[in-house]
Write a protein that binds this ligand. Structure first.
Ligand SMILES: *Cc1c(COP(=O)(O)O)cnc(C)c1O
Length: 433
């Protein structure tokens, strides 16, 4: 009988990996403080001092801005709504084109649709997986009104080249930093590297408030427009004296006092959680890269990586089996993680199907049933397979990611992961049918 767990052998480990719980007494005390006050949220959707939210919200925003070294931080109820507010504040209008990455969580590519903007996909870098500057250049037209870059997996985008390109064409950049809080490029924090940055505070991210998000910018005008979009702009503009009405249809994107109080405590833990991840990933990079055909992708010069997910490149020619077969065998050797048992083992292949392959783009049905906003395009839109070969190749064959490095993983936990990979590699011939 085979040794491999996938064929009935004894797995490397059965005991669940430890849960990622880093909500502690500090957050509990913060929540109690708000509960005792009785004011669980303090926003008013009219021009009034409470238009900007209550004391916890304003303190959280101030502390976030100070931490990241930027002028404005605007708390919102998700990164998705933050990206939408950013697109709205930039004045995106029907038929405008926004260049996006196909290799990200769907919200980074769909945010323009809310304002009738058309997502135009550019390909990504084979080594760093962020938007590729040459591909972006080829997609720029007179209608391009914004670029949404993503610090994917936690590594900052190609700041130097893309910021220069965007400046040359006078196109603003929105940085989706949902996966990168704490990462840096040349000593500046990810999220603050473009015109507008947006972070996520959902349960799965480095630090969280259950659900939540934070927008940052140094631009006073954009900051104010995003605060308007967050909180019923249409009802506020008149009394506030805002004259530019473009995209001043507001939403309720407000975060509560409870969440802000939790977020303030979580922010204090970011550095420790970040450092712990880096340490774990460095160890795994060193150990797993010893296996022929498995390689840690490059780190962008001058950048640090936040490792929201820990990516690896897989070379089928060297290992002799397809990535998916290999990773399935690794999964069989390892248990799930406590509190997330239903998700199975925290390891996956390909990350995401390139987003242009989603039905929304394939059928070009987004807002209403008549093809809006795709029908407002001035040229033929392309969302066909083959559009972004680098992203497709990573999805189909080359990339896998895992989350075993999340605190409080111990060296022993990581060693079990390494043993699982080594074992499957040693027995790889059994996987060839
Ligand atoms: C998680 C995530 C989002 C969405 O964040 P929410 O706060 O859940 O809306 C957007 N972009 C990326 C890259 C993400 O990882």
């Amino acid at each position: 009988m085979s040794e491999l767990a996938i064929f009935g052998g004894k797995p490397v480990r059965k005991k669940l990996f430890p849960a990622y719980t880093f909500i502690g007494i500090e957050e509990k005390a913060a929540v109690n403080r708000v509960m005792d006050s009785g004011v669980l949220s303090r926003f008013l959707g009219c021009w009034h001092p409470d238009f900007y939210g209550g004391t916890e919200i304003q303190a959280f925003e101030k502390e976030w801005a100070e931490y990241m070294g930027i002028k404005h931080a605007i708390a919102v109820n998700s990164c998705t709504s933050g990206l939408q507010a950013a697109v709205g504040a930039l004045g995106i209008s029907p038929g405008d084109e926004v260049i996006v990455s196909p290799f990200t969580m769907a919200a980074s590519a769909t945010a323009p649709l809310l304002y009738g903007g058309i997502p135009v996909f550019a390909d990504i870098e084979p080594e760093y997986f962020c938007l590729d500057v040459e591909s972006v250049r080829q997609k720029i037209t007179v209608r391009t009104k914004a670029i949404i870059v993503v610090d994917i997996f936690g590594q900052p985008y190609n700041v130097q080249a893309l910021n220069v390109l965007a400046k040359e064409y006078n196109i603003p950049i929105i940085e989706d930093c949902a996966q990168g809080p704490g990462a840096q490029f040349q000593g500046r924090y990810a999220g603050t590297l473009a015109d507008i940055g947006v972070y996520s505070l959902n349960y799965h991210k480095h630090i969280h408030t259950g659900e939540g998000g934070m927008i940052v910018t140094n631009n006073d005008d954009l900051a104010e427009r995003m605060r308007l979009i967050r909180n019923h702009a249409e009802a506020v503009v008149e009394d506030k004296g805002t004259e530019d009405l473009v995209n001043m249809v507001g939403f309720n994107f407000r975060l509560t006092e409870l969440q802000a109080a939790i977020g303030r405590e979580q922010l204090k833990k970011l550095k420790t959680l970040f450092d712990e991840r880096i340490k774990n990933c460095n160890y795994l990079n060193e150990q797993l890269s010893k296996i022929p055909g498995i390689r840690s992708p490059g780190l962008r010069p001058d950048a640090t990586h936040a490792y929201y997910l820990h990516p690896f490149l897989f070379d089928e020619a060297k290992v002799g089996v397809h990535r998916d077969i290999f990773i399935n065998a690794v999964k069989a050797e390892l248990p799930a993680t406590a509190l997330r048992e239903l998700e199975g083992q925290q390891i996956g292949v390909g990350y995401t199907k390139p987003l242009y392959l989603l039905p929304l783009f394939q059928k070009q049905i987004a807002i209403g049933s008549k093809g809006f906003p795709f029908t407002t395009a001035s040229h033929l839109l392309s969302y066909e397979k083959g559009l972004c070969p680098v992203a497709e190749d990573l999805y189909e064959k080359k990339l896998f990611t895992h989350e075993f490095m999340r605190p409080p993983a111990t060296r022993e936990d990581l060693n079990d992961v390494i043993r699982a990979f080594q074992k499957v590699y040693e027995h790889r011939n059994e996987l060839i049918f």
